[in-house]
Design a protein around this ligand. Structure first.
Ligand SMILES: [Zn+2]
Ligand SMILES: [Zn+2]
Length: 259
């Protein structure tokens, strides 16, 4: 879940927490877009000068909703070469987990950015998907993250390759297995052009075959999106054969049975 500090989400953590209680969730986690080392890197990450404020805002939600377990986390961009910065960020606060995400397939192209659709039109989708999954595999193998986020974000705008992507999925999931990192089922995709959760059912099935731990996320950018479409997410996990998911406290993984 996000906060207004990334400039593209609405509602304070207390409002997200209130909605979570309303829809009957017992645990939520905030995972704002991490600060980048260069403050002017782009316009959708939180600023480093707001990092302490972010932690304080999450604490405020914890104080106001003691009946709800609230995890302190970040969604952290994986870009090759940024590893030392990510390590520095890990040390700054007692995070429960980092979600490692790939948005950037080059230093300047975040492939899910709606203002950069022209980039997609210049390229062969398979070439982009290949780079995306190579970076996702590197993110998994970096061991900097507890969870790898929205694992087929490259489908967001429906630029689908004609080629079979099974080998791309397999090398990512094999990497995730080797590094013992979890993946998430993220319902935000249902709210995008692709109208499908991240990841697709094939990746879910392949993840289950490898026994890769699973978390659930709505990637809420507004309080009313908290826990959205979780029934469908659980159905997708069950269809793949999952009977358990996991949660993280201070980076330690714990297994929980699916409802
Ligand atoms: Zn966002
Ligand atoms: Zn993301």
């Amino acid at each position: 879940m996000h906060t207004p500090l990334c400039h593209h989400a609405k509602g304070e953590p207390v409002e997200y927490a209130a909605h979570a209680v309303k829809v009957g969730l017992t645990e939520i986690g905030f995972s704002e877009h991490n600060p980048m080392r260069e403050e002017d890197f782009d316009n959708w990450h939180m600023s480093l000068s707001n990092l302490d404020l972010y932690v304080a805002n999450v604490q405020k939600a914890r104080d106001q909703f003691p009946q709800l377990t609230i995890k302190l986390a970040m969604e952290v961009d994986y870009i090759p070469g940024h590893e030392p910065w990510i390590r520095e960020l890990r040390e700054r606060h007692p995070w429960d987990y980092f979600i490692g995400s790939v948005h950037y397939v080059s230093e300047s192209w975040d492939l899910d950015n709606p203002t950069k659709l022209a980039e997609w039109k210049k390229r062969d989708p398979f070439e982009v998907w290949k780079i995306y999954f190579e970076r996702l595999t590197m993110a998994a193998e970096s061991r900097l993250f507890e969870i790898i986020g929205h694992d087929d974000l490259c489908k967001k705008f429906c630029f689908y390759p004609n080629e079979d992507c099974t080998p791309l999925y397999a090398s990512f999931l094999d990497g995730a297995k080797r590094a013992d990192v979890a993946i998430e089922i993220n319902t935000a995709g249902l709210r995008k052009d692709c109208k499908e959760m991240y990841p697709n059912q094939q990746i879910m099935n392949m993840a289950r075959e490898r026994n890769i731990p699973l978390t659930f996320g709505s990637d809420a950018h507004a309080p009313t999106e908290v826990g959205m479409n979780f029934a469908e997410a659980i159905a997708s996990a069950r269809a793949a054969g999952y009977t358990q998911s996991c949660r993280f406290t201070q980076r330690r993984r714990e297994t929980v049975n699916l409802l």
